[in-house]
Design a protein around this ligand. Structure first.
Ligand code: IGP
Length: 256
């Protein structure tokens, strides 16, 4: 069992995303710890990839900074080992399939287990090909977090049946990044998902303001914020700790 469920226990979860090794290895370790200390219930760490089809410009640029500072899947695991010296915050990795494949499925998930990484999100893993990865995830007690998109429709049942950890409800079509308006009927989407699973549902894509977080948490079990956090790091470089802390406090306040 992992500790992902702690993030949703008796509260709406605030899930924060950061790109591993942005702006560099050490500061990225600090930022995960800072996000956790400020009250982030679960931290999603992005493993940079050369062809990140679902990443918007803000996250793509963070990936480039991370590559410059020498990121690799192995380095990401070294980062998590450092974080784990001080923090037991629930963690999930956002990783494209090629990186998992290259590392080796068995070795990848065994390392996740060692480092108490509770879940993995693989945005380019179609549900039809899930099984070949799912066995390894299951053996290591790591949740394979499913993504439901506004276009999932009748496939929702297949996508979320047997889900554990949480379900990632993608609020909008397109790539990651702050949006001022979310056009999807989230209430309906979440009701559809909950017909088939008791696993908590968190909404991500385009969320940045406390107002949005407050509104979405009326219907969801948690919110996921990526680009707004990565943007603070882009602007502040190695000095983002205070701004990150203030931002998390504002979002947490909106969720309670
Ligand atoms: O950046 P946003 O719009 O706040 O959305 C979260 C998102 O960044 C994070 O979960 C994520 C980063 N890369 C992804 C690829 C696919 C799905 C999700 C992601």
């Amino acid at each position: 069992m992992t500790n992902i469920s702690d993030a949703f226990k008796n509260k709406k979860a605030f899930i924060g995303f950061t790109v591993a090794c942005d702006p560099d290895f050490e500061k990225s370790v600090d930022y995960v710890k800072t996000l956790a200390a400020a009250g982030t219930d679960l931290v999603e760490i992005g493993v940079p990839f050369s062809d990140p089809i679902a990443d918007g410009p803000v996250i793509q640029e963070a990936g480039l900074r991370a590559f410059k500072s020498g990121v690799s899947t192995k380095r990401v695991f070294e980062m998590v080992a450092k974080i784990r010296e001080e923090s037991s915050v629930p963690l999930v990795l956002l990783v494209y399939l090629n990186n998992v494949f290259k590392y080796g499925y068995a070795k990848f998930f065994a390392t996740c287990q060692d480092l108490k990484i509770g879940g993995v999100i693989i945005p380019d893993l179609p549900v039809e090909e899930r099984a070949e990865v799912a066995v390894f995830a299951k053996n290591s007690g790591c949740s394979l977090i499913p993504l439901v998109a506004p276009t999932s429709g009748t496939r929702i049942k297949k996508i979320v049946t047997d889900a554990d950890g949480f379900v990632y409800a993608v609020s909008s079509l397109g790539v990651t990044g702050a949006r001022n308006k979310i056009a999807t009927n989230l209430q309906k989407m979440i009701t559809d998902i909950k017909q088939f699973t008791d696993t908590p549902v968190a909404v991500g894509f385009g969320i940045h303001s406390p107002e949005q977080a407050a509104q979405i948490s009326q219907v969801a079990d948690g919110v996921i914020v990526g680009s707004a956090i990565v943007k603070i790091i882009a602007q502040e470089g190695r000095h983002a700790d205070k701004k990150l802390t203030d931002y998390v406090h504002a979002m947490k306040t909106a969720l309670t």
